[in-house]
Write a protein that binds this ligand. Structure first.
Ligand code: NAD
Length: 484
């Protein structure tokens, strides 16, 4: 094995424990590179105990002092970017360029946390003569984040810097498919000066997630993953009266109008559907081609056919994921859809056991086919034809998901119409991956997000804190009135 056994990070160090383990694979080679422990309630309890011990001192520190850790940590992320990207690339399979982008985004998330002292200030007003009301934000205590496999480094950073800078102690449960990055995150946070117990990692799967939802001393949970598990986690956490924000799966529609700039639309759409092997919750999944758009589709086909698997597109996460994705393509083809670019038979020389799939474009998909409705989560684009923008919007609106939607057009009026009417939390115009960058918050609608608010940016301040309303009067002359 290339890497030693993965271990939990509890109370400022890696914990030795004899726990059941599962293999960790390198998806581009299909080989085992490490093993990850499958923790349960005992390991979680140990982490919660350490977090509770750390909380009083950490939360009492002024926020300006707390964020100094993230100034230093951001520099460490930048300094170690090659090593961190290599780790991501090995455990997840994504290309080094994509892995580096993930670390750069993690650094940007830290940059936002460093700005929290400027924007998470309290409020004060003299509400009656001599009577002052003030609102201050307080951390919640011990909180947890549960992460998916597709961004082993960036998605944990959606929660870590803000939750911790706002004074909480944070327990991360990484995806058991990609557990390696979390250990380096813990080491670098410690190197940046974060006290023991403020950030911890507990590895595992369903059991430890359920223990997190049930633990009486965990106040809030951020979850990112599939809709099915997001619903289960949201239900269980809120049943236990916890604050929970659970981001789920996606089915993102890109509407292409006949007046779209051909080159920009074609290159963006292929980048969106194939980047990270289509395993992004913001990836283009359905293209709604409005009337005369064959010229754009022809150009997309050229670009996709020129891509070299293993160089321009990485593998998907597992053999099971590959089989599932191929199943969707087979079924669509059997039901009359036309495969324009076929990635099913992809083999990369020297990495024959890797889980590679080439970019796949399928035209004349009907809106009621499974491939147009369910999350495929691979480098596959289903093209559904529409006569006009209203029909295209209706197709998008029918999806139960609501993460992202985009429109390609040169018309401001059409763009505005789609921005207003798309049933999604993040909408783009001539942008294939409309991720709002800091300080704007990330968050979808409908079955792509359960709970109130967004996970990053300003939206996260409300989630990771509680406000205390204080009313004070120091001068006796202020007297007494009906409000004070
Ligand atoms: P997943 O739902 O399988 O796993 C997510 C987390 O839940 C993991 O940590 C996993 O260990 C845990 N888990 C798995 N099964 C569980 C169970 N039965 N009970 C409790 N916990 C369980 O998701 P994934 O396959 O790792 O990630 C891909 C999914 O994540 C896609 O659906 C993608 O769209 C979604 N995603 C969404 C966003 C977003 O912002 N909305 C971002 C990234 C990924």
């Amino acid at each position: 094995m290339k890497y030693p056994q993965v271990r939990n990070y509890i109370g400022g160090g890696f914990a030795a424990a004899s726990l059941p383990e599962i293999d960790v694979f390198d998806p581009s080679a299909g080989t085992v590179i490490s093993r990850v422990p499958i923790s349960g309630a005992n390991e979680l309890n140990a982490a919660v105990t350490a977090a509770k011990k750390a909380f009083p001192a950490w939360s009492a520190m002024p926020i300006k002092q707390r964020v100094q850790v993230f100034f230093r940590y951001k520099r460490l992320l930048e300094h170690h970017i090659d090593e961190l990207a290599a780790l991501i690339s090995e455990e997840n399979g994504k290309l080094m360029s994509e892995a580096r982008a993930e670390v750069e985004k993690a650094a940007e998330l830290c940059e936002f946390a460093c700005s929290l002292p400027q924007i998470a200030t309290g409020e004060v007003l003299e509400v009656s003569r001599g009577v002052e009301c003030r609102v201050e934000r307080f951390p919640l205590g011990v909180v947890a984040g549960i992460a998916p496999f597709n961004f082993p480094n960036m998605v944990p950073h959606w929660s870590i810097p803000n939750a911790i800078a706002l004074g909480n102690c944070f327990i991360l449960k990484p995806s058991e498919l990609v557990p390696l990055s979390a250990g380096r995150i813990a080491e670098l946070l410690a190197e940046a000066g974060l006290p023991s117990g403020v950030f911890q990692v507990v590895h595992g799967g369903r059991d430890v997630v359920e223990a997190i939802c049930d633990h009486p001393d965990i106040s809030a949970i951020s979850f990112v993953g599939s809709t099915k598990i997001a619903k289960a986690v949201y239900r269980r956490a809120t049943h236990n009266l916890k604050r929970c924000l659970a981001l789920g799966g996606a089915k993102n529609h890109l509407i292409v109008m006949p007046d779209a700039d051909k080159e920009m639309a074609a290159s963006n759409i292929i980048a969106s559907m194939s980047g990270c092997a289509g395993q992004r919750c913001m990836a283009a999944s359905v293209m709604v081609a409005v009337s005369a758009t064959d010229h754009v589709i022809a150009r997309m086909t050229e670009i996709a056919k020129a891509m070299v698997p293993g160089k321009d597109i990485g593998p998907v996460i597992s053999a099971e994921a590959k089989a599932r994705i191929v199943g969707y393509i087979n079924e669509a083809e059997a039901n009359g859809a036309k495969v324009l670019v076929d990635g099913r038979k992809t083999v990369v020389a020297g990495r024959e056991l890797g889980y590679f799939l080439g970019p796949t474009i399928i035209d004349h998909v009907k809106a009621d086919m499974k491939i147009a409705q369910e999350e495929v989560f691979g480098p596959v684009l289903a093209i559904v034809r529409a006569d006009d923008v209203d029909q295209a919007i209706a197709i998008e609106n029918a999806s139960p998901y609501g993460n992202a939607a985009s429109v390609y057009t040169e018309s401001g009026g059409v763009a505005r119409k789609v921005m207003e009417r798309a049933n999604a939390g993040m909408v783009g115009v001539n942008v294939g991956v409309p991720v709002p960058r800091e300080p704007f918050s990330f968050g979808g609608w409908n079955e792509s997000r359960f709970g109130v608010g967004d996970i990053t940016g300003k939206g996260s301040i409300e989630f990771w804190t509680q406000s205390k309303k204080m009313t004070t009067k120091w001068n006796r002359e202020a007297g007494t009135n009906w409000m004070s």
